[in-house]
Design a protein around this ligand. Structure first.
Ligand code: GLA
Length: 383
């Protein structure tokens, strides 16, 4: 968390709204392994990070709600009794979505002012949207003493994403952002929304994120399409979700599926298995196995599930053959965003300069690098 940024958010709020705000930090997330398994009731292994959304909020007697996005210098004003999605509304829809879902649950809210800022670039695949949703639901829960549990809050955030951003996401991002634990990753069972905490110590290795700085259009509809395929296959298998199927089960109905759909479902079953193997390898501190599983995950995401892109494939390929990098894969929903790399810490400067040049040569644009700390989930800040 960036202390300077939260002080700035506080001061800018005081200046703009002449009031004393409540302050909240809500983190983004990384995911070690388990991609697209969350909406199949499966397992994922995310962690909250020390970058996210910084939000200031207070009640207002102005007759409307005002939200100021500090980084974009954009003000949005709305009325609590006429909320609906806005076309191309971007950040506005996440806020409206959360407010609408809270109201839908029967809670009464009064008017409020919000000012927020962030230090994760949107489109990086670090879940700035889940961080924003969680910051708003957490803030309103505090401000109006709604007595929502953390679990209820993340379900509100998820519904906001479904109904206001039209992405039928799973629960991983909202969960990781809300429940994150310092220096730890969470092995999350998405069916029961329950996790075990694993302290992460990769010894002399570190996680390095490389942002491809691409976000391909139609990523949202491609995401929803994948979800639909998984649900269809689960239905043919006569199970609630692909989490309940084995590879043998899938093979039994192979002739009822197109080759593409078979590969997608196979990927999900295999990735679910990889999450289990990964958690065992973490417990044994078997870093080589972790690295190998990252590479396998990427291969599946790229060739079977088909959610990678040439930039991400390139970034992963370039790590192969480097003995100081144990594994790498694309992270998050795909079609752009970051790769996650398990790399020897002394190798980082050299590899960064190598890959930065190579990437620029091929794609004529820059990639960016982030080193993150695993952090506590959404919380109040007392300055
Ligand atoms: C996005 C979604 C998550 C999850 C990942 C892929 O981040 O919001 O729910 O499905 O993609 O693992």
């Amino acid at each position: 968390m960036d202390k300077k940024l939260i002080v700035k958010v506080q001061e800018d709020f005081q200046e703009r709204f002449t009031n004393e705000p409540i302050l909240i930090f809500s983190p983004g997330r990384i995911n070690l392994i388990g991609e697209h398994t969350d909406y199949n009731d499966g397992f994922v292994f995310p962690a909250a990070i020390n970058k996210g959304i910084y939000l200031a909020i207070q009640k207002s007697d102005n007759g409307s709600c005002q939200v100021f996005a500090n980084d974009m210098n954009e003000l949005y004003e709305f009325n609590l009794n006429s909320i609906s999605t806005i076309q191309n509304g971007n950040w506005r829809n996440y806020i409206l979505g959360v407010v609408a879902e809270i109201i839908k649950k029967g809670f009464k809210l009064g008017n409020f002012d919000i000012l927020f800022s962030g230090d994760i670039p949107s489109g990086a695949g670090l879940s700035s949207s889940a961080a924003l949703e969680n910051s708003v639901v957490y803030a309103l829960n505090e401000l109006y003493n709604l007595q929502l549990s953390k679990k209820e809050m993340i379900l509100i955030s998820q519904k906001a994403e479904h109904n206001y951003a039209a992405v039928k996401c799973g629960i991983m991002d909202q969960y990781a952002s809300m429940f994150g634990v310092e220096n730890s990753a969470l092995l999350l069972d998405c069916r029961y929304i329950d996790s075990s905490t694993f302290e992460i110590d990769f010894k002399e290795y570190e996680l390095l994120l490389i942002n491809s700085n691409v976000k391909h259009e139609l990523a949202e509809s491609a995401y929803n399409d994948r979800r639909q395929v998984c649900e269809n296959v689960a239905q043919i298998l006569n199970v609630d979700a692909l989490r309940d199927a084995t590879i043998e089960d899938l093979n039994r109905i192979k002739n009822k599926l197109s080759e593409e759909d078979y590969q997608k479902a196979l990927y999900i079953i295999e990735e679910n298995n990889r999450v289990q193997l990964f958690s065992k390898a973490i417990a044994k501190r078997d870093l080589n196995t972790l690295g190998e599983l990252l590479y396998q995950s990427h291969k599946g995401l790229s060739l079977q599930y088909k959610v990678s892109c040439k930039e991400l494939d390139y970034l992963v390929d370039k790590t192969k053959g480097n003995n100081n990098i144990l594994g790498a894969r694309m992270m998050g929903g795909g079609f752009g965003g970051c790769t996650i790399n398990l790399i020897l810490n002394t190798e980082i400067p050299l590899f960064k300069s190598y890959i930065a040049d190579a990437f620029k040569n091929v794609f004529e644009k820059d990639c960016s690098f982030y080193s993150v700390k695993l952090s506590k989930g959404t919380h109040l800040i007392n300055l």
